[in-house]
Design a protein around this ligand. Sequence first.
Ligand SMILES: Cc1cc2nc3c(=O)[nH]c(=O)nc-3n(C[C@H](O)[C@H](O)[C@H](O)COP(=O)(O)OP(=O)(O)OC[C@H]3O[C@@H](n4cnc5c(N)ncnc54)[C@H](O)[C@@H]3O)c2cc1C
Length: 508
Amino acid sequence: MDRHQRIVAQVASKVKDYFIRKEPFRISHGSTNSTRPNLKKRVVDISGLRNVIQIDKKTRTALVEPNVPMDRLVEATLPHGLVPPVVMEFPGITVGGGYAGTAGESSSFKFGFFDRTINEVEMVMADGEIVKASEKENADLFRGAAGAVGTLGVTTLVNLRLIEAKKYVKTTYYPTRSIAQAVKEVREHTEGKQGEKNDYVDGILFSKDHGAIVTGEMTDYLPPNIKPQTFSHALDPWFYLHVEEATRASDEPVVEYIPLAEYMFRYDRGGFWVGRSAFTYMKFPFNKFTRWFLDDFLHTRMLYRALHASGIATRYIVQDMALPYPNAEKFISYTDKEFDIWPIWLCPLKQSEQPTMHPHTKGELKDTQMLNIGLWGFGPQEPQQYLSKNRALEKTLGEMGGMKWLYAHTYYSKDEFWSQFDCQWHEGLRTKYNAGGLPDVHDKVHVDIQKYTDMAQKDWGMRLKNIWPLGGLWGIHKSIQSKDYMIHRNSTWKWKRLGASRRWWWWW
Ligand SMILES: Cc1cc2nc3c(=O)[nH]c(=O)nc-3n(C[C@H](O)[C@H](O)[C@H](O)COP(=O)(O)OP(=O)(O)OC[C@H]3O[C@@H](n4cnc5c(N)ncnc54)[C@H](O)[C@@H]3O)c2cc1C
Protein backbone atom coordinates (compact mmCIF):
# COMPACT_ATOMS: atom_id res chain seq x y z
CA MET A 1 0.00 0.00 0.00
CA ASP A 2 2.99 2.35 0.65
CA ARG A 3 4.10 2.02 -2.96
CA HIS A 4 0.53 2.71 -4.08
CA GLN A 5 0.27 5.85 -1.96
CA ARG A 6 3.62 7.10 -3.24
CA ILE A 7 2.59 6.73 -6.89
CA VAL A 8 -0.84 8.28 -6.25
CA ALA A 9 0.86 11.28 -4.60
CA GLN A 10 3.03 11.68 -7.73
CA VAL A 11 -0.02 11.43 -10.03
CA ALA A 12 -1.86 13.96 -7.85
CA SER A 13 1.04 16.38 -7.97
CA LYS A 14 1.30 16.14 -11.78
CA VAL A 15 -2.46 16.61 -12.17
CA LYS A 16 -2.32 19.63 -9.84
CA ASP A 17 0.41 21.16 -12.00
CA TYR A 18 -1.76 20.85 -15.11
CA PHE A 19 -4.70 22.27 -13.11
CA ILE A 20 -2.71 25.33 -12.08
CA ARG A 21 -1.46 25.84 -15.65
CA LYS A 22 -5.03 25.24 -16.92
CA GLU A 23 -3.76 22.61 -19.36
CA PRO A 24 -5.82 19.56 -20.35
CA PHE A 25 -4.08 16.18 -20.25
CA ARG A 26 -4.51 12.61 -21.43
CA ILE A 27 -4.30 9.51 -19.22
CA SER A 28 -1.79 6.94 -20.39
CA HIS A 29 -1.45 3.44 -19.03
CA GLY A 30 0.59 1.81 -21.76
CA SER A 31 -2.20 0.20 -23.78
CA THR A 32 -5.67 1.00 -25.07
CA ASN A 33 -8.75 -0.66 -26.49
CA SER A 34 -10.06 2.63 -27.81
CA THR A 35 -9.85 3.04 -31.59
CA ARG A 36 -9.61 6.82 -31.71
CA PRO A 37 -6.46 8.43 -33.09
CA ASN A 38 -4.10 9.35 -30.29
CA LEU A 39 -3.04 12.93 -30.86
CA LYS A 40 -2.58 14.67 -27.50
CA LYS A 41 0.85 15.34 -26.04
CA ARG A 42 0.29 16.14 -22.33
CA VAL A 43 0.12 12.87 -20.52
CA VAL A 44 -0.44 11.65 -16.95
CA ASP A 45 1.24 8.26 -16.85
CA ILE A 46 -0.45 5.81 -14.48
CA SER A 47 1.28 2.69 -15.77
CA GLY A 48 2.92 2.14 -12.36
CA LEU A 49 -0.51 1.49 -10.83
CA ARG A 50 -0.63 -2.12 -11.99
CA ASN A 51 -0.98 -4.36 -8.95
CA VAL A 52 -3.68 -6.43 -7.34
CA ILE A 53 -3.09 -5.23 -3.79
CA GLN A 54 -5.34 -7.59 -1.88
CA ILE A 55 -7.90 -10.35 -2.32
CA ASP A 56 -10.14 -10.79 0.70
CA LYS A 57 -11.73 -14.23 0.60
CA LYS A 58 -14.02 -13.47 3.53
CA THR A 59 -15.60 -10.29 2.16
CA ARG A 60 -15.18 -11.51 -1.44
CA THR A 61 -13.53 -8.31 -2.57
CA ALA A 62 -10.38 -7.34 -4.43
CA LEU A 63 -8.38 -4.15 -4.01
CA VAL A 64 -7.02 -3.44 -7.46
CA GLU A 65 -4.99 -0.68 -9.10
CA PRO A 66 -6.49 0.69 -12.31
CA ASN A 67 -3.83 -0.54 -14.70
CA VAL A 68 -4.45 -4.21 -13.89
CA PRO A 69 -5.70 -5.95 -17.04
CA MET A 70 -8.43 -8.57 -16.98
CA ASP A 71 -6.08 -11.56 -17.40
CA ARG A 72 -3.86 -10.56 -14.46
CA LEU A 73 -6.97 -9.90 -12.37
CA VAL A 74 -8.45 -13.33 -13.07
CA GLU A 75 -5.07 -14.99 -12.40
CA ALA A 76 -5.04 -13.29 -8.99
CA THR A 77 -8.61 -14.17 -7.98
CA LEU A 78 -8.93 -17.76 -9.28
CA PRO A 79 -6.50 -19.31 -6.78
CA HIS A 80 -8.90 -18.05 -4.07
CA GLY A 81 -11.83 -19.75 -5.84
CA LEU A 82 -13.24 -16.31 -6.75
CA VAL A 83 -13.82 -14.37 -9.93
CA PRO A 84 -15.08 -10.88 -10.83
CA PRO A 85 -18.77 -10.97 -11.85
CA VAL A 86 -18.03 -9.09 -15.11
CA VAL A 87 -14.77 -9.90 -16.90
CA MET A 88 -14.33 -8.10 -20.21
CA GLU A 89 -13.58 -10.55 -23.05
CA PHE A 90 -10.30 -8.92 -24.05
CA PRO A 91 -7.57 -9.80 -21.53
CA GLY A 92 -5.82 -6.43 -22.00
CA ILE A 93 -8.78 -4.23 -20.97
CA THR A 94 -7.88 -2.66 -17.65
CA VAL A 95 -9.88 -2.18 -14.47
CA GLY A 96 -9.49 1.63 -14.73
CA GLY A 97 -10.47 1.66 -18.41
CA GLY A 98 -13.43 -0.59 -17.62
CA TYR A 99 -14.72 1.88 -15.02
CA ALA A 100 -13.93 5.05 -17.00
CA GLY A 101 -15.28 3.58 -20.23
CA THR A 102 -18.34 1.52 -21.00
CA ALA A 103 -17.47 -2.10 -20.44
CA GLY A 104 -19.79 -5.04 -20.30
CA GLU A 105 -19.88 -8.63 -21.44
CA SER A 106 -21.93 -11.77 -21.46
CA SER A 107 -22.72 -11.66 -17.71
CA SER A 108 -23.86 -8.03 -17.99
CA PHE A 109 -27.50 -9.04 -18.51
CA LYS A 110 -27.28 -10.04 -14.84
CA PHE A 111 -24.73 -7.66 -13.27
CA GLY A 112 -24.88 -4.64 -15.58
CA PHE A 113 -21.83 -2.74 -16.81
CA PHE A 114 -18.45 -3.36 -15.16
CA ASP A 115 -18.74 -0.33 -12.84
CA ARG A 116 -21.85 -1.86 -11.25
CA THR A 117 -19.61 -4.57 -9.77
CA ILE A 118 -17.41 -2.01 -7.98
CA ASN A 119 -17.82 -1.11 -4.30
CA GLU A 120 -15.57 1.93 -4.13
CA VAL A 121 -13.05 3.90 -6.18
CA GLU A 122 -10.20 6.20 -5.21
CA MET A 123 -9.74 9.09 -7.59
CA VAL A 124 -7.35 11.95 -8.16
CA MET A 125 -9.61 14.84 -9.05
CA ALA A 126 -8.76 17.42 -11.69
CA ASP A 127 -7.37 19.81 -9.04
CA GLY A 128 -5.13 17.11 -7.57
CA GLU A 129 -7.30 16.27 -4.55
CA ILE A 130 -7.50 12.55 -3.68
CA VAL A 131 -11.07 11.41 -2.92
CA LYS A 132 -13.04 8.19 -2.36
CA ALA A 133 -16.36 7.52 -4.08
CA SER A 134 -18.94 4.79 -3.48
CA GLU A 135 -22.72 4.47 -3.10
CA LYS A 136 -22.27 5.93 0.42
CA GLU A 137 -19.63 8.59 -0.13
CA ASN A 138 -19.64 11.01 -3.09
CA ALA A 139 -22.29 8.79 -4.69
CA ASP A 140 -22.90 11.31 -7.47
CA LEU A 141 -19.23 11.15 -8.46
CA PHE A 142 -19.20 7.34 -8.20
CA ARG A 143 -22.08 7.03 -10.69
CA GLY A 144 -21.11 10.03 -12.80
CA ALA A 145 -17.46 9.08 -13.43
CA ALA A 146 -18.49 5.64 -14.74
CA GLY A 147 -18.40 5.81 -18.53
CA ALA A 148 -17.30 9.47 -18.48
CA VAL A 149 -13.90 8.51 -20.03
CA GLY A 150 -11.81 10.17 -17.32
CA THR A 151 -13.40 13.62 -17.63
CA LEU A 152 -13.98 13.88 -13.87
CA GLY A 153 -10.59 12.68 -12.69
CA VAL A 154 -8.12 9.79 -12.67
CA THR A 155 -9.13 6.50 -11.05
CA THR A 156 -6.26 5.23 -8.91
CA LEU A 157 -7.76 2.33 -6.92
CA VAL A 158 -10.82 0.10 -7.19
CA ASN A 159 -12.51 -2.10 -4.61
CA LEU A 160 -14.15 -4.78 -6.69
CA ARG A 161 -16.80 -7.37 -5.73
CA LEU A 162 -16.03 -11.03 -6.41
CA ILE A 163 -18.22 -14.10 -6.74
CA GLU A 164 -17.60 -17.81 -6.31
CA ALA A 165 -15.77 -19.30 -9.26
CA LYS A 166 -16.39 -22.80 -10.59
CA LYS A 167 -14.06 -24.87 -12.71
CA TYR A 168 -15.99 -24.99 -15.95
CA VAL A 169 -18.66 -23.26 -17.91
CA LYS A 170 -21.25 -25.65 -19.27
CA THR A 171 -21.73 -23.90 -22.60
CA THR A 172 -24.66 -24.41 -24.94
CA TYR A 173 -24.80 -23.18 -28.53
CA TYR A 174 -28.38 -22.73 -29.73
CA PRO A 175 -28.52 -22.48 -33.54
CA THR A 176 -30.74 -19.73 -34.97
CA ARG A 177 -31.95 -19.35 -38.54
CA SER A 178 -33.08 -15.72 -38.73
CA ILE A 179 -32.21 -12.35 -37.20
CA ALA A 180 -35.66 -12.17 -35.59
CA GLN A 181 -35.26 -15.60 -33.99
CA ALA A 182 -31.83 -14.67 -32.60
CA VAL A 183 -33.06 -11.36 -31.12
CA LYS A 184 -36.09 -13.08 -29.55
CA GLU A 185 -34.13 -16.02 -28.14
CA VAL A 186 -31.21 -14.03 -26.77
CA ARG A 187 -33.67 -12.14 -24.58
CA GLU A 188 -35.55 -15.29 -23.55
CA HIS A 189 -32.29 -16.77 -22.24
CA THR A 190 -31.86 -13.78 -19.91
CA GLU A 191 -35.36 -13.92 -18.42
CA GLY A 192 -37.27 -15.97 -15.83
CA LYS A 193 -35.92 -19.36 -14.80
CA GLN A 194 -33.54 -19.54 -17.77
CA GLY A 195 -32.09 -16.16 -16.87
CA GLU A 196 -31.56 -17.26 -13.25
CA LYS A 197 -29.85 -20.47 -14.36
CA ASN A 198 -27.56 -18.83 -16.92
CA ASP A 199 -24.41 -17.03 -15.79
CA TYR A 200 -23.50 -15.90 -19.31
CA VAL A 201 -25.51 -15.12 -22.45
CA ASP A 202 -24.33 -13.70 -25.78
CA GLY A 203 -24.84 -14.44 -29.46
CA ILE A 204 -23.14 -14.39 -32.85
CA LEU A 205 -24.89 -13.77 -36.16
CA PHE A 206 -22.78 -15.26 -38.94
CA SER A 207 -25.25 -14.20 -41.63
CA LYS A 208 -28.92 -13.32 -41.98
CA ASP A 209 -29.94 -16.97 -41.71
CA HIS A 210 -27.31 -18.46 -39.44
CA GLY A 211 -26.55 -17.51 -35.88
CA ALA A 212 -26.00 -18.99 -32.44
CA ILE A 213 -27.05 -17.95 -28.98
CA VAL A 214 -24.36 -18.96 -26.50
CA THR A 215 -25.35 -19.58 -22.89
CA GLY A 216 -23.06 -20.55 -20.01
CA GLU A 217 -23.57 -21.99 -16.54
CA MET A 218 -20.65 -22.21 -14.14
CA THR A 219 -20.18 -25.75 -12.83
CA ASP A 220 -17.62 -27.92 -11.04
CA TYR A 221 -18.97 -31.02 -12.77
CA LEU A 222 -17.33 -32.46 -15.85
CA PRO A 223 -19.20 -35.49 -17.23
CA PRO A 224 -17.07 -38.64 -17.55
CA ASN A 225 -15.15 -39.03 -20.79
CA ILE A 226 -15.70 -35.40 -21.78
CA LYS A 227 -12.63 -33.40 -22.70
CA PRO A 228 -12.85 -29.70 -21.85
CA GLN A 229 -12.82 -27.49 -24.94
CA THR A 230 -10.14 -24.79 -24.94
CA PHE A 231 -9.48 -21.72 -27.13
CA SER A 232 -6.16 -20.28 -25.94
CA HIS A 233 -3.61 -22.57 -27.60
CA ALA A 234 -2.28 -21.91 -31.09
CA LEU A 235 -3.75 -25.22 -32.28
CA ASP A 236 -7.17 -24.55 -30.73
CA PRO A 237 -9.96 -23.25 -32.96
CA TRP A 238 -10.95 -19.59 -32.87
CA PHE A 239 -14.13 -19.41 -30.82
CA TYR A 240 -16.41 -17.90 -33.44
CA LEU A 241 -15.30 -20.34 -36.15
CA HIS A 242 -15.84 -23.21 -33.73
CA VAL A 243 -19.39 -22.07 -32.91
CA GLU A 244 -20.14 -21.48 -36.58
CA GLU A 245 -19.13 -25.02 -37.44
CA ALA A 246 -20.95 -26.52 -34.44
CA THR A 247 -24.26 -24.87 -35.37
CA ARG A 248 -24.17 -24.94 -39.17
CA ALA A 249 -25.76 -28.24 -40.04
CA SER A 250 -28.17 -29.08 -37.24
CA ASP A 251 -30.87 -27.20 -35.33
CA GLU A 252 -30.09 -29.13 -32.15
CA PRO A 253 -28.29 -27.29 -29.31
CA VAL A 254 -24.66 -28.33 -28.80
CA VAL A 255 -23.21 -28.61 -25.27
CA GLU A 256 -19.55 -28.26 -24.30
CA TYR A 257 -17.52 -27.81 -21.12
CA ILE A 258 -15.02 -24.95 -21.17
CA PRO A 259 -12.59 -24.18 -18.30
CA LEU A 260 -13.74 -20.89 -16.73
CA ALA A 261 -10.81 -18.63 -17.75
CA GLU A 262 -10.77 -20.16 -21.23
CA TYR A 263 -14.45 -19.21 -21.47
CA MET A 264 -13.84 -15.65 -20.28
CA PHE A 265 -11.13 -14.99 -22.84
CA ARG A 266 -12.66 -17.14 -25.59
CA TYR A 267 -12.70 -14.25 -28.07
CA ASP A 268 -9.06 -13.21 -27.48
CA ARG A 269 -7.58 -15.15 -30.38
CA GLY A 270 -8.85 -13.39 -33.47
CA GLY A 271 -10.25 -10.43 -31.43
CA PHE A 272 -13.77 -11.85 -31.90
CA TRP A 273 -13.28 -11.97 -35.72
CA VAL A 274 -11.50 -8.65 -36.32
CA GLY A 275 -8.25 -10.62 -36.79
CA ARG A 276 -9.63 -12.07 -40.02
CA SER A 277 -9.51 -8.56 -41.53
CA ALA A 278 -5.72 -8.60 -41.14
CA PHE A 279 -5.63 -11.59 -43.52
CA THR A 280 -7.98 -9.80 -45.94
CA TYR A 281 -5.83 -6.64 -45.83
CA MET A 282 -2.56 -8.54 -46.36
CA LYS A 283 -4.22 -10.72 -49.04
CA PHE A 284 -3.02 -13.73 -47.09
CA PRO A 285 -4.73 -17.16 -47.04
CA PHE A 286 -6.99 -17.63 -44.00
CA ASN A 287 -6.88 -21.25 -42.87
CA LYS A 288 -5.99 -23.48 -39.91
CA PHE A 289 -2.30 -23.53 -40.80
CA THR A 290 -1.89 -19.76 -41.26
CA ARG A 291 -3.86 -19.09 -38.06
CA TRP A 292 -1.53 -21.46 -36.19
CA PHE A 293 1.60 -20.07 -37.82
CA LEU A 294 0.69 -16.42 -37.12
CA ASP A 295 -0.89 -17.07 -33.73
CA ASP A 296 1.34 -14.64 -31.82
CA PHE A 297 0.00 -11.76 -33.94
CA LEU A 298 -3.64 -12.69 -33.58
CA HIS A 299 -4.31 -12.06 -29.91
CA THR A 300 -6.17 -8.84 -29.10
CA ARG A 301 -3.23 -6.96 -27.58
CA MET A 302 -1.12 -7.53 -30.70
CA LEU A 303 -4.05 -6.83 -33.02
CA TYR A 304 -4.73 -3.48 -31.34
CA ARG A 305 -1.08 -2.46 -31.48
CA ALA A 306 -1.12 -3.22 -35.21
CA LEU A 307 -4.50 -1.54 -35.80
CA HIS A 308 -3.31 1.71 -34.20
CA ALA A 309 0.17 1.77 -35.75
CA SER A 310 -1.01 0.85 -39.25
CA GLY A 311 -3.46 3.77 -39.48
CA ILE A 312 -6.15 1.27 -40.57
CA ALA A 313 -8.29 2.18 -37.50
CA THR A 314 -9.36 5.34 -39.32
CA ARG A 315 -10.90 3.26 -42.14
CA TYR A 316 -12.24 0.45 -40.03
CA ILE A 317 -15.68 0.46 -38.49
CA VAL A 318 -15.48 -0.66 -34.87
CA GLN A 319 -18.72 0.17 -33.12
CA ASP A 320 -20.69 -1.33 -30.28
CA MET A 321 -24.22 0.00 -30.24
CA ALA A 322 -26.88 -0.75 -27.65
CA LEU A 323 -30.46 -0.82 -28.87
CA PRO A 324 -33.92 -1.30 -27.45
CA TYR A 325 -34.99 -4.89 -28.20
CA PRO A 326 -38.00 -3.94 -30.40
CA ASN A 327 -35.71 -2.19 -32.92
CA ALA A 328 -32.75 -4.56 -32.89
CA GLU A 329 -33.84 -6.71 -35.85
CA LYS A 330 -34.63 -3.65 -37.97
CA PHE A 331 -31.25 -2.14 -37.14
CA ILE A 332 -29.32 -5.30 -38.07
CA SER A 333 -31.22 -5.46 -41.39
CA TYR A 334 -30.13 -1.85 -41.95
CA THR A 335 -26.45 -2.61 -41.25
CA ASP A 336 -26.68 -5.64 -43.54
CA LYS A 337 -27.96 -3.48 -46.39
CA GLU A 338 -25.59 -0.56 -45.85
CA PHE A 339 -22.41 -2.21 -44.58
CA ASP A 340 -22.68 -5.94 -45.26
CA ILE A 341 -20.46 -6.62 -42.24
CA TRP A 342 -20.75 -10.12 -40.74
CA PRO A 343 -20.50 -11.67 -38.18
CA ILE A 344 -22.34 -9.42 -35.74
CA TRP A 345 -22.07 -9.75 -31.98
CA LEU A 346 -25.16 -9.74 -29.75
CA CYS A 347 -24.75 -9.05 -26.04
CA PRO A 348 -27.70 -8.48 -23.72
CA LEU A 349 -27.07 -5.69 -21.20
CA LYS A 350 -28.78 -4.69 -17.99
CA GLN A 351 -29.18 -0.94 -18.01
CA SER A 352 -27.72 1.40 -15.43
CA GLU A 353 -29.95 3.75 -13.51
CA GLN A 354 -30.26 7.15 -15.16
CA PRO A 355 -28.70 9.67 -15.40
CA THR A 356 -25.74 7.82 -16.85
CA MET A 357 -23.00 8.19 -19.47
CA HIS A 358 -23.57 4.58 -20.52
CA PRO A 359 -25.90 3.77 -23.41
CA HIS A 360 -29.51 3.70 -22.26
CA THR A 361 -33.05 3.69 -23.60
CA LYS A 362 -35.51 6.51 -23.01
CA GLY A 363 -39.18 7.43 -23.35
CA GLU A 364 -41.51 4.79 -24.77
CA LEU A 365 -38.55 2.48 -25.41
CA LYS A 366 -37.37 2.60 -21.79
CA ASP A 367 -36.61 -0.89 -20.52
CA THR A 368 -34.43 -2.66 -17.96
CA GLN A 369 -32.44 -4.49 -20.65
CA MET A 370 -31.03 -3.56 -24.04
CA LEU A 371 -29.22 -5.46 -26.77
CA ASN A 372 -25.67 -4.62 -27.76
CA ILE A 373 -24.78 -5.01 -31.39
CA GLY A 374 -21.08 -5.24 -32.25
CA LEU A 375 -20.34 -4.12 -35.81
CA TRP A 376 -16.68 -4.50 -36.67
CA GLY A 377 -15.34 -4.52 -40.23
CA PHE A 378 -13.89 -2.49 -43.10
CA GLY A 379 -15.70 0.71 -44.04
CA PRO A 380 -15.26 2.71 -47.26
CA GLN A 381 -11.63 3.69 -47.94
CA GLU A 382 -12.37 7.20 -49.20
CA PRO A 383 -12.53 9.52 -46.12
CA GLN A 384 -15.64 11.51 -47.16
CA GLN A 385 -17.55 8.36 -47.99
CA TYR A 386 -16.39 6.77 -44.73
CA LEU A 387 -17.60 9.81 -42.81
CA SER A 388 -21.00 9.99 -44.51
CA LYS A 389 -21.62 6.26 -43.94
CA ASN A 390 -20.72 6.68 -40.28
CA ARG A 391 -22.93 9.75 -39.95
CA ALA A 392 -25.82 7.81 -41.50
CA LEU A 393 -25.17 4.99 -39.03
CA GLU A 394 -25.32 7.45 -36.10
CA LYS A 395 -28.55 8.96 -37.44
CA THR A 396 -30.29 5.61 -37.96
CA LEU A 397 -29.11 4.37 -34.57
CA GLY A 398 -30.54 7.49 -32.90
CA GLU A 399 -33.85 7.19 -34.77
CA MET A 400 -34.17 3.64 -33.47
CA GLY A 401 -33.50 4.71 -29.88
CA GLY A 402 -30.02 3.21 -29.73
CA MET A 403 -26.70 4.61 -28.48
CA LYS A 404 -23.04 4.02 -29.12
CA TRP A 405 -20.47 2.92 -26.57
CA LEU A 406 -17.99 5.75 -26.29
CA TYR A 407 -14.77 3.85 -26.90
CA ALA A 408 -14.93 4.26 -30.65
CA HIS A 409 -15.15 6.95 -33.32
CA THR A 410 -18.04 9.37 -32.83
CA TYR A 411 -18.87 12.11 -35.31
CA TYR A 412 -21.84 13.78 -33.55
CA SER A 413 -21.86 17.55 -33.28
CA LYS A 414 -21.71 18.79 -29.69
CA ASP A 415 -25.49 19.38 -29.63
CA GLU A 416 -26.32 16.02 -31.18
CA PHE A 417 -24.02 14.31 -28.73
CA TRP A 418 -25.37 15.99 -25.61
CA SER A 419 -29.01 15.49 -26.66
CA GLN A 420 -28.42 11.83 -25.78
CA PHE A 421 -27.24 12.44 -22.20
CA ASP A 422 -28.21 14.61 -19.25
CA CYS A 423 -25.75 17.40 -19.98
CA GLN A 424 -26.87 19.53 -17.03
CA TRP A 425 -26.20 16.68 -14.62
CA HIS A 426 -22.78 15.91 -16.10
CA GLU A 427 -21.71 19.57 -16.26
CA GLY A 428 -22.98 20.06 -12.70
CA LEU A 429 -20.66 17.27 -11.57
CA ARG A 430 -17.72 18.76 -13.45
CA THR A 431 -18.31 22.11 -11.77
CA LYS A 432 -18.79 20.58 -8.32
CA TYR A 433 -15.61 18.50 -8.63
CA ASN A 434 -13.47 21.22 -10.23
CA ALA A 435 -13.12 19.29 -13.50
CA GLY A 436 -14.06 22.17 -15.81
CA GLY A 437 -10.44 22.48 -17.03
CA LEU A 438 -10.43 18.92 -18.43
CA PRO A 439 -11.80 18.23 -21.91
CA ASP A 440 -15.46 17.20 -21.78
CA VAL A 441 -16.71 13.84 -22.99
CA HIS A 442 -17.60 15.12 -26.46
CA ASP A 443 -14.14 16.69 -26.83
CA LYS A 444 -12.58 13.36 -25.93
CA VAL A 445 -14.65 11.05 -28.09
CA HIS A 446 -15.33 13.22 -31.15
CA VAL A 447 -13.23 12.38 -34.21
CA ASP A 448 -12.72 15.19 -36.70
CA ILE A 449 -12.06 13.11 -39.79
CA GLN A 450 -11.38 16.20 -41.92
CA LYS A 451 -8.72 17.44 -39.52
CA TYR A 452 -7.22 13.97 -39.36
CA THR A 453 -7.23 13.59 -43.17
CA ASP A 454 -5.59 17.02 -43.64
CA MET A 455 -2.96 16.09 -41.08
CA ALA A 456 -2.42 12.71 -42.76
CA GLN A 457 -1.87 14.44 -46.11
CA LYS A 458 0.87 16.66 -44.67
CA ASP A 459 2.62 13.88 -42.72
CA TRP A 460 4.76 11.72 -45.04
CA GLY A 461 4.77 8.86 -42.53
CA MET A 462 0.97 8.76 -42.52
CA ARG A 463 0.91 9.05 -46.33
CA LEU A 464 3.24 6.09 -46.67
CA LYS A 465 1.05 4.08 -44.35
CA ASN A 466 -1.85 4.56 -46.75
CA ILE A 467 0.06 2.70 -49.46
CA TRP A 468 -0.73 -1.01 -49.36
CA PRO A 469 0.81 -2.99 -47.66
CA LEU A 470 3.10 -0.50 -45.88
CA GLY A 471 0.57 0.42 -43.16
CA GLY A 472 0.00 -3.25 -42.38
CA LEU A 473 3.73 -4.04 -42.33
CA TRP A 474 4.39 -1.06 -40.04
CA GLY A 475 1.60 -2.29 -37.76
CA ILE A 476 3.19 -5.75 -37.61
CA HIS A 477 6.61 -4.18 -36.89
CA LYS A 478 5.21 -2.08 -34.03
CA SER A 479 3.33 -4.98 -32.50
CA ILE A 480 6.49 -7.16 -32.57
CA GLN A 481 8.43 -4.27 -31.02
CA SER A 482 5.88 -4.05 -28.17
CA LYS A 483 6.69 -7.66 -27.19
CA ASP A 484 3.04 -8.04 -26.18
CA TYR A 485 3.13 -11.59 -27.56
CA MET A 486 5.09 -12.53 -24.44
CA ILE A 487 2.04 -11.64 -22.34
CA HIS A 488 -0.23 -14.26 -23.85
CA ARG A 489 2.60 -16.77 -24.13
CA ASN A 490 3.23 -16.50 -20.39
CA SER A 491 -0.36 -16.26 -19.19
CA THR A 492 -1.04 -18.75 -16.43
CA TRP A 493 -4.83 -18.80 -16.82
CA LYS A 494 -4.49 -21.00 -19.89
CA TRP A 495 -5.76 -24.51 -19.31
CA LYS A 496 -3.18 -26.39 -21.36
CA ARG A 497 -0.19 -24.74 -19.72
CA LEU A 498 -0.86 -26.55 -16.44
CA GLY A 499 -0.07 -30.20 -15.79
CA ALA A 500 -3.03 -32.23 -14.49
CA SER A 501 -1.76 -32.42 -10.91
CA ARG A 502 -0.91 -28.69 -10.72
CA ARG A 503 -4.34 -27.87 -12.08
CA TRP A 504 -5.96 -29.16 -8.90
CA TRP A 505 -3.40 -27.54 -6.64
CA TRP A 506 -4.02 -24.26 -8.41
CA TRP A 507 -7.62 -24.15 -7.26
CA TRP A 508 -7.10 -24.70 -3.57
C1 LIG B 1 -13.03 -3.40 -30.61
C2 LIG B 1 -13.47 -3.22 -29.20
C3 LIG B 1 -14.15 -4.23 -28.65
C4 LIG B 1 -14.57 -4.12 -27.36
N1 LIG B 1 -15.18 -5.17 -26.83
C5 LIG B 1 -15.52 -5.13 -25.57
C6 LIG B 1 -16.08 -6.26 -24.95
O1 LIG B 1 -16.24 -7.29 -25.56
N2 LIG B 1 -16.46 -6.17 -23.69
C7 LIG B 1 -16.27 -5.03 -23.00
O2 LIG B 1 -16.60 -4.99 -21.85
N3 LIG B 1 -15.76 -3.94 -23.54
C8 LIG B 1 -15.37 -3.96 -24.80
N4 LIG B 1 -14.82 -2.85 -25.35
C9 LIG B 1 -14.85 -1.58 -24.62
C10 LIG B 1 -13.76 -1.47 -23.59
O3 LIG B 1 -14.10 -2.21 -22.44
C11 LIG B 1 -13.67 0.00 -23.19
O4 LIG B 1 -13.32 0.74 -24.32
C12 LIG B 1 -12.68 0.23 -22.07
O5 LIG B 1 -12.81 1.55 -21.62
C13 LIG B 1 -11.27 -0.02 -22.57
O6 LIG B 1 -10.38 -0.01 -21.49
P1 LIG B 1 -8.82 0.19 -21.67
O7 LIG B 1 -8.23 -0.38 -20.45
O8 LIG B 1 -8.34 -0.29 -22.96
O9 LIG B 1 -8.75 1.77 -21.54
P2 LIG B 1 -8.45 2.94 -22.58
O10 LIG B 1 -8.99 2.63 -23.93
O11 LIG B 1 -7.02 3.27 -22.46
O12 LIG B 1 -9.27 4.04 -21.89
C14 LIG B 1 -10.65 4.22 -22.08
C15 LIG B 1 -10.98 5.60 -21.57
O13 LIG B 1 -10.91 5.61 -20.16
C16 LIG B 1 -9.96 6.56 -19.72
N5 LIG B 1 -9.21 5.94 -18.63
C17 LIG B 1 -8.47 4.81 -18.68
N6 LIG B 1 -7.96 4.55 -17.47
C18 LIG B 1 -8.39 5.54 -16.65
C19 LIG B 1 -8.18 5.82 -15.28
N7 LIG B 1 -7.44 5.05 -14.51
N8 LIG B 1 -8.78 6.94 -14.78
C20 LIG B 1 -9.53 7.73 -15.54
N9 LIG B 1 -9.76 7.50 -16.84
C21 LIG B 1 -9.19 6.42 -17.39
C22 LIG B 1 -9.08 6.88 -20.89
O14 LIG B 1 -8.61 8.21 -20.83
C23 LIG B 1 -10.03 6.69 -22.06
O15 LIG B 1 -10.75 7.85 -22.33
C24 LIG B 1 -14.35 -2.93 -26.63
C25 LIG B 1 -13.63 -1.90 -27.19
C26 LIG B 1 -13.18 -2.05 -28.47
C27 LIG B 1 -12.40 -0.94 -29.09
